[in-house]
Design a protein around this ligand. Sequence first.
Ligand code: AMP
Ligand code: TRP
Length: 325
Amino acid sequence: MRIFSGIRPTGELHIGNYLGAIRQWLELQEKNECLFCIVDLHAITTPFSPDRLQQNIIKLATAYLATGLNPEKSIIFVQSQIKEHAELAWLLGSFTPLGELRRMTQFKEKTKRHPEHVNAGLLNYPLLMAADILLYQTEAVPVGKDQQQHVELTRQIARNFNKKFGEVFKIPKVLLSEGQKIMSLQNPRKKMSKTDDPRGCIDLFEEPAEIQKKVMAAVTDPGKKIKYQPERQPGISNLLTIYSLFSGKSIKFLEKKFENKGYEAFKKSLIKVLIDALEPFRKKQKELSSREVYVREILQQGRKRAEVIAQSTITEVKKKMGLIL
Ligand code: AMP
Ligand code: TRP
């Protein structure tokens, strides 16, 4: 299968990104043709600093490599280096109803949260995401649950195009992972996010002392039971999910193991699991952070490989739409 996914270079990667996205990518790259993108054109739809964007792009590429994405197997590249992404987004927008974009949950949430930054880029965000996916004749898109609606819209856009202008696009399906929604450690009813309270968010390369501090301070629920009940006990349920995914132990097993142990013992054990699981990533990231030339070289190779596919699709699209080539 051809697979496509991406993350915005907006700062540090957190364990939600890893569990919701990258963990799945690592498995997928073994048996599929994968493209993993650094979606910088999406990152600029929310406030950003031009001085730091380059650095964040390289940092994210380094993080991809540090977690085990393999440039020999997968195509790793930067979205803005391939102009066909923006070009196709424009073409898709020319026949996509405004109402479809306005009803997107992410658009509604972001405009509500930052009424002072409602730009057209935020509205058009799903068109660019559809372009990312459709340019490569993608068959499956592994993402966290928050992005499912955008992939569904992508399917709709692809069908609309094929019907209106003739068959070009494959209809991609969404692949949701188990860690589809990791919640903030400070507010377990909100998803873990880089842009919210940093104490609620564990960085993928976080130092052990910080991991310890954040987990010990994580909000739990009234009562002492260590039970997976996301509605009644969102705090402890979120910690159980994290524990389970990083340790490979089932939630049932963990509930039994900590049955009469209380929150403190559970948290101490979780800290150990997290420190051990993240240690190899931290090491590799340190090593790669002094090899920027190598990282840039990988992005160049990725760019060359991706470009060939992108150009071939856009040519097809423009032909079908009657644009002069
Ligand atoms: P973003 O940081 O918003 O660009 O997200 C990159 C990827 O990580 C997407 O596939 C998201 O669905 C996923 N993701 C982001 N936050 C979380 C979270 N708290 N839990 C699970 N997946 C997440
Ligand atoms: N919108 C996604 C997010 O915020 C990132 C993204 C951009 C993406 N283009 C994509 C994910 C294409 C999958 C496929 O997480």
